[in-house]
Design a protein around this ligand. Sequence first.
Ligand SMILES: [Zn+2]
Length: 165
Amino acid sequence: MNKSKVWHRLNPSQQSVINRIQAECPVKLGAIAQEFGLVVKLATLTANISGQIKESDGVVNIKINRHDVKTRQRYTLAHEIAHFLLHRELLGDGITDDVLYRSSQSTAIEREADSLAADIIMPMNHVERLIKKHSADKKGELLYEAVAEELDVSPTALKNRLDWN
Ligand SMILES: [Zn+2]
C-alpha cells in the first residue's frame, strides 16, 4: 500500500488502528490520537512554533498552535503522532517543532516523523482514488488543490507526498 519505510517500525496493532481509521477520508486524526491515549490541546504557542509533544507522569501531551490554519494544524498533529509512534524514548524531554518541523532533534528524526505523518494523513489509496476522480476535469495546480481539499491537507503537503513516491 505504498507506505514508507518507517511505517514498518510500527507494531501490528498500531498499524491496524491507523488502517481502520483511514477507511474514512479525510483521515480523523483526533480519533487516532485518542486510540493511542494522547491528550491533544490547541495552545497559544510562539508564532514560529507549530507543535510540541511531551510525556510526563505517563501521559503524552500534544500541543498544537491555535493560530495556525486548520490544514497546518492537522499536519502538525500527524507529525506529533508520528513522533509518539517512532520516538517514544525522546518524549520525556519533549520535542518542540518549529514552522519547518525542525526541532532540537536531528534532521533524520524529523524526516522520519514527516514520512510517517504523510503515511497517516495522506494514505496512497485515497490519494490515487482522488487523483483519478478529479483528473477527469482538472489538471496541474487545480488538480492538486481539489485532491488536497478532500484530504484536508495543504496542496504543498500533497506535492511533497507525491515527490516521495
Ligand atoms: Zn518533529
